[in-house]
Design a protein around this ligand. Sequence first.
Ligand code: C5P
Length: 201
Amino acid sequence: MIFTVAIDGPAAAGKGTISKAVAARFGFRHLDTGLLYRAVGARTLSGEDPVEAALSLRPEDMDADTLRTTEVAQAASRVAVLSEVRAALTEFQRHFARAEGGAVLDGRDICTVICPDAEVKLYVTASAEVRADRRYRELSDKGHDVTPGGVLEDVLARDARDINRVEAPLKPAPGATIIDTSEMDINAAVDAAAARVQAAL
Ligand code: C5P
């Protein structure tokens, strides 16, 4: 079976948690495409050219733990405006989406650019305050040195860069189901996403 669940949305809207839970529930593979951009961003922080980094991305660059800092997130959103960086990452994502077995991909341009023909398209969002609050708790629980104001600033700066860029800007794709998680707990959000998948199987 080839079946793609494409999930877009702004930073810290709950896409990651929803994607992982939906993938586990249906036995699908999951790709957090933000990690690709974070890995490229992290390599630019050590002085590399972003396009070179994107073209030579290695599995060992994808260590989720070291990439989950606000500094790397900012670097990711800066390299993500570059069309050559996005082009270098496109084929890998499309191949992942259409390989045998179901796949869940989450990011900013999955429904709009990478997989416009996905069987399920979701746009997961929440207010900036709710998103920043969730991300602050997540990072501080993991022992990161963050402040609520600093995290809100990161979220707002990335939203602005992701929405206003020319190449693959963040927006709901035509036909995408919008799930606003501002007033939902995580179980309700996962159930809403899973119901859409179940209906399309
Ligand atoms: O989802 P995450 O917060 O890890 O993404 C980091 C950054 O990578 C985003 O702010 C965005 O600029 C970029 N990104 C993107 N397209 C994707 C996934 C992430 O431009 N599909």
